[in-house]
Design a protein around this ligand. Sequence first.
Ligand SMILES: Nc1nc2c(c(=O)[nH]1)N[C@H]1C(S)=C(S)[C@@H](COP(=O)(O)O)O[C@H]1N2
Ligand SMILES: [Mo]
Length: 310
Amino acid sequence: MKTYKPQAIPASEITPQALFNARRKFMQMAGGVSLAAIWPQALWAADKLAEVKKSAYSSAEELTPLKDVSRYNNFYEFGTSKDEPAINVGSLRTRPWTVTIEGEVKKPKVFDIDDLLKMAPLEERVYRLRCVEAWSMVVPWVGYSLAELIKRVEPTGNAKFVEFVSLHDPEQMPGQKAAVLEWPYREGLRLDEAMHPLTLLTLGLYGEVLPNQNGAPVRIVTPWKYGFKSAKSIVKIRFVEQQPVTSWMKAGPGEYGFYANVNPEVDHPRWSQAKERRIGEFLKRKTLMFNGYADEVAALYTGMDLKRNF
Ligand SMILES: Nc1nc2c(c(=O)[nH]1)N[C@H]1C(S)=C(S)[C@@H](COP(=O)(O)O)O[C@H]1N2
Ligand SMILES: [Mo]
């Protein structure tokens, strides 16, 4: 992973929210959905999500502005610098889209994305996202607990881990033409981590469907772990007996572990994890154990050596 370099957002740029509003107005004036096709994809978030209720799991911290959430991204399928995903995501087609559930489940199933949007009540969850590069954001995600999906497919007794697989299509994801990671992007969780109510099957942010650069149409968010655990644009969830080998473990086994819990006491071999820079702030803050979610998740790791299981 590239070392963190602060990158200013050029003041000349229009905020995405302004562009969304402009697009809406444009569509109202033009009076037709068909015209949406000629509006550059990267610049619009389509639908407002209806009936999103606020979740008690939300942090009360100040939100990171949408322009930062949608312009400062890690999504290597669209380039390795922070600004590239927002520029390049126009080639991602998020419809039709299915998520295949397979492996150790009694009810394997292929879910259509539009059914996933309706499967359980949508909640707004304001979570801190802490990247291993030592920056963080506060994002109002929209989705529901991944457990909602897991209970519907009924894992067998052999299911010990869950693997998430992102889309693999170099035509839509030009960054996959470079071998910066092994494609498709793969991540994983232990089954009890995946079942934890904080683990969010994420379909939107800021009240709208996910911008492509944030992992449309569906991603995972696991707020007590480093950001890279949160696989974007997922097409498959596999229930398995053995611990999956993730893309980042293959890229740097000594640097990126399977657990990847946010832990200020366990440094990355090349830099400290003790502090972080909240995007938009100048002074660094102290990183909190489990990214501040220790009360909720510490019990998952009772008796485990977190230095060894990094
Ligand atoms: N498929 C895929 N998922 C991914 C990544 C990626 O490169 N590809 N980057 C990860 C990293 S390192 C981080 S910090 C978060 C960033 O999410 P955001 O851009 O929505 O803030 O996405 C994660 N999920
Ligand atoms: Mo990250």
